[in-house]
Design a protein around this ligand. Structure first.
Ligand SMILES: [Fe+2]
Length: 275
């Protein structure tokens, strides 16, 4: 009984004939490779050669899937995409954790902002792809602080006008950093606008309402909530209830009222456990 092509394609251990078929050479050529040491092989008790499929790569063999990524099924491509995005998010998370320690807000700020933002995104009905984009934007929202002096970021006490002017540059610096990386570019403008206000009195562009992209409007609330919940050198952290009240008080001025509603529904409906 002969094995069909598909069986050979999935076999890990091959005989010389199967290896020859995959490499499109003669069995004698395979034997020559073995005898010359170019190809590893083991011998069966009967004296036949057996070759590990992965060893064929040393001779430049690539699978059909490797040659033609477009021949992957939609499911496989989706899984591959998800795994790449997952790796990207994990990488960004660990880099940002290091950066967070430079700030007065308690460390882990960006991860917490990402968690809250994603919970709100889910409540709004975002697709998995939109959630991933929101998560990246939230993780990276303060990445521009890498360009701000640690002396200012960690200053115990309130900032002078000049210092505050410099700190405010972080959203533009962040946009530039993120825009440099192809895979992160879609979240660059969201990073730029995370300090805009719904009433147009934010920075850096002073845009308002729906001119501010939805992801930035969500991150803005999660960011402020986490800031209020942090112990600072010049004040204690607000309680959960007081922090929520502050968010409500700024609905329609600093924050988009619809997003405030979604945020409150998310946390009060126990869809997300606030810290
Ligand atoms: Fe910020």
């Amino acid at each position: 009984m002969t094995r069909n092509k598909k069986d050979v394609a999935s076999k890990e251990i091959l005989n010389t004939r199967e290896a020859a078929g995959l490499l499109k050479v003669t069995t004698q050529t395979i034997k020559n490779y073995i005898y010359s040491g170019k190809l590893n092989a083991i011998k069966t008790p009967g004296g036949h050669h057996r070759i590990k499929r992965s060893d064929l790569k040393t001779l430049g063999f690539v699978t059909e899937e490797e040659k033609n990524p477009e021949s992957l099924s939609m499911d496989e491509m989706f899984q591959m995409y998800n795994s790449l995005v997952g790796t990207l998010i994990t990488t960004v998370e660990s880099l940002i954790k290091a950066l967070d320690t430079r700030d007065i807000v308690s460390s882990g700020h960006s991860s917490r902002v990402a968690e809250v933002s994603c919970a709100v995104g889910k409540a709004i009905g975002f697709s998995e792809k939109k959630i991933q984009e929101l998560k990246l934007g939230a993780l990276l929202h303060d990445v521009g602080k890498v360009g701000i002096s640690e002396v200012i970021l960690g200053k115990p006490g309130r900032l002078t006008d000049q210092e505050f002017f410099l700190v405010k540059k972080h959203s533009e610096i962040g946009e530039k950093i993120v825009a440099e990386v192809e895979y992160l570019r879609p979240v660059a403008s969201c990073v730029r606008h995370h300090h805009e206000r719904f009433d147009g009195r934010g920075y850096p562009d002073g845009i308002g309402g729906s001119d501010i992209e939805l992801n930035s409007r969500i991150i803005s609330i999660a960011d402020t909530y986490d800031f209020l919940r942090s112990d600072l050198s010049f004040r204690k952290a607000f309680s959960i209830n007081d922090s929520l009240q502050e968010i409500k008080n700024s609905s329609g001025t600093q924050f988009d009222p619809e997003v405030v509603k979604s945020f409150l529904n998310t946390v009060q409906g126990n869809l997300f456990q606030l810290h």
